[in-house]
Each structure stands twice: as C-alpha cells, then as structure tokens.
Write a new protein. Structure first.
Ligand code: PRP
Ligand code: URA
Length: 209
C-alpha cells in the first residue's frame, strides 16, 4: 500500500490555519495555498534520487550531489489544483505541467471530466498530482487512473487537506501511490465536504462565491 505522509512542519500548520479561517480573504488565501504547496513540495521530493558530481569552486574541487533520475511533471486537478502550481514550480522550475479538468457532480459527488492536456513525454516523467482537497477521493482516483493510462509509472498525490474516506479510496484503487497531506480531518458531511476542512477550495482561490 502507498504510504500516507502527514506533513506536520510548524510553518505548514500555521499557514493551514489561515486557510481554514472563514474570514481569510481571496488574496491571503491564494498566497497561503501557494506557500503551502512550496513547503509540501519540499517534503514530497525528499527521496528524489541524486548523483555525485565534481564541481570546481573558486578554491578547490567539491564533491556535490545533483538531481538524477526521471524528470518531473506536475498535474493540477482543475480548478483548485491550479492554486498550487506556482508554489511547486518555484522549487522545480523545469517541471512540465499537465492539466486535468474534473468537477464533482453536485448530486452524485462523482467526478466528471471536462478537460485534459498532458505533456507529450508524460510517460517518461515522474508525476506529482496536486489538488488542495481529497474528499471522497473520486477526483484524485480518476485523475491518477487517467495519468496511468498515459503510461506513467511513478505518481505521487499531494493534497493540503484529506478526509479519511478519500485516503482509503486512493489507497485501495492505487496502492502504488504515495499520498502527501498537511492534515487528515475528521470526516465528510452529507454534502461530501470535509469537516472541519476549509470550505470550497476552488471558490476560495478564485473568489467565485
Ligand atoms: C474539489 C476539489 C477536488 C474535489 C475533491 O473540486 O478541488 O478536485 O472537489 O472532491 P472528491 O475527493 O470528493 O472528488 P470541485 O469538484 O469542487 O471543482 P473545482 O475545483 O472546479 O471547484
Ligand atoms: N471540495 C472542496 O473544495 N472542499 C471540500 O470540503 C470537499 C470537496
């Protein structure tokens, strides 16, 4: 089964409390999502492979480590995942970006796909799927399946807040995928919203409510 990594860095937890506050405005909310994405990216890439190289400093030869292995792609789930992209590419500027458009049907809570555009070499890249919310897990599971259908082998999932139900679904459907979250909240409510959560992430990032 994929490992669930709950990231408890104090800076991350402090910024998460800003997101949860119902009085946080759009500007501050967006900034916090970006900063959280950057901090989470740092933690989720901890095990990337490196190789030794020799670098000439002005003084002597230094043995250093640089990234090795496959290149990365970041795949935000639209819309809310877009809010995490800038934070991610501030640490991994050469990552390519794929987009998957999914929304939850308000009645059934099932994901409905409306857009997809992947980099042509996506199968040769390691992928980090980003979306602030993992609620029922339907959207993330469908997105991961979609990316696997494009030939990707190594996929990580990064969510700011998860419900236990969403974690369980992704672990069942995709036992090879590691999940990185800043919090696993209590539960889902009758509308499949995360409790206590932060409300509707897309609406709060884009100011649509
Ligand atoms: C939200 C969120 C996830 C999804 C999580 O998106 O950003 O994509 O719900 O729910 P799930 O785990 O139950 O599938 P939403 O469908 O509201 O679309 P939006 O980002 O366009 O607002
Ligand atoms: N999507 C959101 O934006 N928030 C939730 O709590 C659940 C799904």
């Amino acid at each position: 089964m994929g490992t669930l990594h709950v990231l408890d860095h104090p800076l991350l937890q402090h910024k998460l409390s800003i997101l949860r506050n119902k009085d946080t405005g759009v500007k501050e909310f967006r900034e916090a999502v970006n900063e959280i994405a950057m901090l989470m990216c740092y933690e989720a890439t901890r095990d990337l492979p490196t190789e030794e190289v020799q670098i000439e400093t002005p003084v002597a030869t230094a043995t250093c480590r640089v990234l090795a292995g496959k290149k990365l792609a970041i795949v935000p789930i639209l819309r809310a995942g877009l809010g995490m992209v800038d934070g991610m590419i501030s640490l991994i500027p050469s990552a390519k970006i794929g987009h998957i458009g999914l929304y939850r049907d308000p009645e059934t809570h099932e994901p409905v796909e409306y857009y997809c555009k992947m980099p042509p070499d996506i199968a040769e890249r390691d992928v980090i799927v980003v979306d602030p919310m993992l609620a029922t897990g339907g959207s993330a599971s469908a997105a991961i399946q979609f990316i696997k259908n494009h030939g990707c082998k190594t996929i990580r999932l990064m969510n700011i807040i998860a419900a236990p139900e969403g974690v369980a679904l992704v672990q069942k459907d995709h036992p090879d995928v590691d999940i990185y979250v800043a919090s696993v909240d209590e539960r889902l409510n009758d509308h499949a919203y995360i409790v206590p959560g932060l409300g509707d992430a897309g609406d709060r990032i884009f100011g649509t409510k």
